[in-house]
Design a protein around this ligand. Structure first.
Ligand SMILES: Cc1cc2nc3c(=O)[nH]c(=O)nc-3n(C[C@H](O)[C@H](O)[C@H](O)COP(=O)(O)OP(=O)(O)OC[C@H]3O[C@@H](n4cnc5c(N)ncnc54)[C@H](O)[C@@H]3O)c2cc1C
Length: 351
């Protein structure tokens, strides 16, 4: 089999790259072994405001300008909805925070997002005596629906291999790449935290962060917006809510822990007073980079091998723009932005 590209990994990064390849009429196959699940467990929220300090997310408006139509066109292609617009309500903890909100919402960056008023809490089961700040034009990508339907789509086109990509079987030559019976012009690694097992890129400076989430059933809570406080509470429909997420920089396993569950429930109990039941507990590892920027570009010695990783805590907004930039770089030689280019770490060993 001859293809233009092999993609390793079908999380948000691999999916975005597959989609830009397809839109450019490039042939490709994808390998996915279900060893990581960051994209699958993700809250999937897109929101350009950092809700701790009311500051802009890096490059957010440009990313959103690309991401929203990108996901829309996949929805149309797959005839499946997975982008659900939903407002985010930030709980204020003091008058000072309310003032900070007003000051920030005045800035041009935020005008389409931060509403310049205080929303009074009318839900007796929510503890928000200082009210909420409302952010509009935000939403969530149901990554489970997106990834499952995209995988199915690729499978039907014989472009999907549900198996581990074995690095030791890869043969990189000057003119092409061979892997088992596949010959390709290029290969793009999109393994998320799985990259630590990749001999070609294992030295990239990740500062991965494990995150855990709960799903609760809370009949009686009745909210149709995302609450953001020390945790988020995201309605899933039928009285189910996703609660998340923790950050742990030590534990590298995908195993849900009692410690994280307790942390989430302690925080949850400070916000809601309605009875609930925990029905699911999941964990994933965010592929975060030391400088909090993505890692995109070619391997220094093997120019047919590239990487699309480091999407960190914001894969939904970042993946489409990063995938487009990488394709333009590989196909048309367009230089990558310094902030995302893997070359910024060239002095670190091994890459
Ligand atoms: C708890 C939590 C909450 C989050 N919430 C949000 C959110 O609300 N909004 C947001 O934008 N982002 C969120 N994120 C971050 C987001 O999930 C990540 O930025 C994104 O998923 C990273 O995507 P990725 O494709 O790079 O990595 P991954 O999702 O890890 O995908 C990599 C894929 O490669 C596969 N793979 C690895 N090695 C191999 C191999 N050798 N062979 C074959 N396949 C392989 C893995 O199985 C995996 O499917 C959250 C993350 C976590 C953990």
């Amino acid at each position: 089999m001859h293809v233009d590209y092999i993609i390793v990994g079908l999380g948000l990064a691999g999916l975005a790259f597959a989609e830009v390849l397809e839109n450019s009429q490039k042939s490709f196959v994808v390998f996915e072994d279900n060893s990581q699940n960051s994209s699958l467990v993700a809250g999937g929220v897109y929101n350009p405001v950092i809700l701790k300090r009311f500051t802009p997310v890096w490059d957010a408006l440009d990313q959103l300008k690309i991401a929203i139509p990108f996901y829309k066109s996949i929805e149309e292609k797959l005839a499946t909805q997975f982008d659900f617009p939903i407002d985010v309500y930030r709980i204020f903890t003091s008058v000072e925070e309310q003032n900070n909100w007003f000051a920030a919402s005045d800035k041009p960056f935020f005008v389409n997002y931060m509403q310049p008023k205080i929303i009074i809490n009318s839900n007796v089961y929510i503890n928000a005596p200082f009210g909420f700040g409302k952010i509009s034009n935000t939403g969530k990508i149901d990554t489970k629906i997106l990834l499952a339907s995209y995988k199915n789509y690729l499978d039907n086109k014989n472009k999907f291999f549900n198996e581990r990509f074995e690095y030791e079987l890869l043969n990189v030559e000057k003119e092409s790449i061979t892997y088992k019976n596949i010959t390709a012009k290029q290969l793009v690694f999109c393994e998320g935290y799985g990259v630590v097992k990749n001999p070609y890129f294992k030295n990239i400076p990740l500062k991965e962060a494990k995150g855990e989430l709960l799903t609760i059933h809370a009949p009686g809570l009745h909210i149709d917006f995302i609450i953001k406080s020390s945790i988020f509470i995201m309605p899933l429909g039928n009285d189910y809510y996703k609660i998340g997420a923790t950050f742990n920089w030590r534990d590298k396993t995908l195993i849900p822990t009692d410690e994280a569950k307790e942390e989430l429930l302690t925080k949850l109990d400070r916000i809601i007073t309605v009875p609930y039941k925990v029905v699911e507990h999941l964990a994933g590892i965010r592929p975060t980079v030391k400088d909090r920027r993505p890692i995109v570009g070619r391997h220094t010695q093997h120019s047919r091998l590239s990487i699309l990783n480091g999407l960190g805590t914001r894969g939904v907004m970042l993946a489409p723009k990063m995938a487009k930039q990488l394709l333009n770089h590989l196909e048309s030689g367009v230089a990558l932005d310094n902030t995302i280019d893997i070359k910024r770490f060239e002095r670190s060993k091994g890459n």
